[in-house]
Design a protein around this ligand. Structure first.
Ligand SMILES: Cc1ncc(COP(=O)(O)O)c(C=O)c1O
Length: 401
């Protein structure tokens, strides 16, 4: 295959050169006296991305799944009751993890393609008069279906019920790409991973913890060792870690935070929205539908696109890879074979995405899916280009002027 693979899966995302170069360094001494000068700034700036002043952010070697486990095992005891909704593969896997860790899960079965069922959460919280539910879990951006949920509304439901449970948010495919407000939304545990909005290689599980969750950690009885918040908090205070940190990735994280800060978080969110909207226009122009059933759930980091009956999305994704060196996301679990996904998160601009849309169109057309070549690209271009000024005529310069 010639040239570089076009990576349009919903994470890992494209890595900017500034991050790659920041990691092209000799290995370093994680106990050096000047190491904290570097790490303390990282902890400070990570808090801005989570929009928390009160919370504490821990960076573990791991991936998003490790972050889930850290959040649960530090704050809950075996047998504790957890309220969670399943409406896609990632919310499903988090529920499965709870069960494997010996927690008792009250699982709300949501529809794949819909957002977190806030009303169902509210009903169960209101009914839980003796506050047996200790934890409420929600997946902010369900990467399997391309659905973003309303975390603030879930916080309102908790408050309306006067319920003291901790609020846990999976922000693996939202944080640093889609607006997320830890303090304002009263989130107690927020989980992110390095390979999506942070544009880094996989390898860091980033977990933000509220003071209330830290207090719960002091009482919680679940076994934990490697992911222990207390060990992290004790050593992080001085700028160090309880074991060898992934220093090279931390250098990349510094570059990532600098990039996010330079662009401005709000601009990063707006860029994701504009790019995502172009993809949605393309999908409409192809005559296809998103898995997300209502615009209020449209994800700005990933679009899951449903193929007409009789076509296999796995064949399209495989063909896109083999013929055009374009990586698209497959459909997962319940929607395997029916859905394919375009990841549009991280370091990305219009031109890159138009290339991906052009490749997707060819892969669809090659598999006899009835779309018109160029239609999606044109729709996205119309969205990305400056507004047309039909009456504007450029003045001609006089010859010799
Ligand atoms: C929403 C969400 N949660 C959790 C995970 C699991 O993260 P990881 O694969 O980094 O362990 C993913 C991975 O894609 C995800 O998209």
């Amino acid at each position: 295959m010639s040239a570089r693979n076009a990576l349009f899966i919903p994470g890992p995302s494209n890595m900017p050169d500034a991050i790659r170069q920041a990691m092209d360094i000799p290995l370093e001494d994680q106990r050096a006296p000047d190491f904290p000068q570097f790490t303390l700034g990282l902890f400070r700036d990570l808090k801005k991305v989570f929009k928390t002043e009160q919370g504490q952010v821990f960076v573990f070697p791991g991936s998003g799944t490790g972050g889930w486990e850290a959040a649960l095992t530090n704050t809950l005891s075996p047998g504790d009751r957890v309220l969670a909704a399943r409406f896609g593969q990632f919310s499903h896997l988090w529920v499965e993890m709870c069960r494997r860790l010996g927690l008792e899960v009250d699982a709300i079965e949501g529809e794949w393609g819909e957002g977190a069922p806030i009303e169902a959460y509210a009903e169960r919280l209101a009914a839980d008069k003796d506050h047996r539910i200790k934890a409420v879990l929600v997946c902010h951006n369900e990467t399997a279906t391309g659905v973003t949920s309303d975390v603030a509304a879930l916080r309102r439901a908790l408050d309306a019920a006067g319920h003291p449970a901790l609020l846990y948010v999976d922000g693996v495919s939202s944080i640093a790409s889609i607006d997320f407000r830890m303090d304002e939304w009263g989130v107690d545990l927020a989980v992110a991973g390095s390979q999506k909005g942070f544009m880094l290689p996989t390898g860091l599980a980033i977990v933000a913890v509220s003071p209330k969750a830290m207090a719960a950690a002091a009482e919680a009885k679940s076994f934990r060792c490697y992911f222990d918040f207390a060990d992290m908090a004790r050593t992080n205070k001085e700028g160090y870690f309880p074991y060898t940190p992934a220093t090279t990735l931390l250098r990349g994280l510094r570059a990532s935070l600098d990039l996010l800060e330079r662009e401005g978080l709000e601009q990063v969110f707006q860029r994701h929205h504009r790019l995502a909207e172009g993809v949605r226009q393309a999908v409409a122009a192809w005559g296809l539908k998103l898995c997300a059933r209502h615009p209020r759930w449209h994800s700005d980091t990933v679009s899951a696109i449903v193929l007409p009956a009789g076509f296999d999305s796995n064949v399209v994704v495989r063909h896109a890879y083999e013929r055009y060196n374009l990586s698209l996301g497959v459909g997962l679990a319940k929607v395997a074979g029916r859905v394919f996904r375009i990841g549009h998160l991280g370091s990305l601009n219009e031109i890159m995405l138009l290339g991906a849309l052009a490749g997707t169109e060819m892969a669809l057309a090659d598999q006899a899916i009835p779309i018109e070549l160029g239609s999606g690209v044109a729709a996205a271009q119309a969205h990305y280009a400056l507004p047309r000024q039909a009456t504007h005529v450029f003045p001609r310069r006089a010859v010799g002027a």
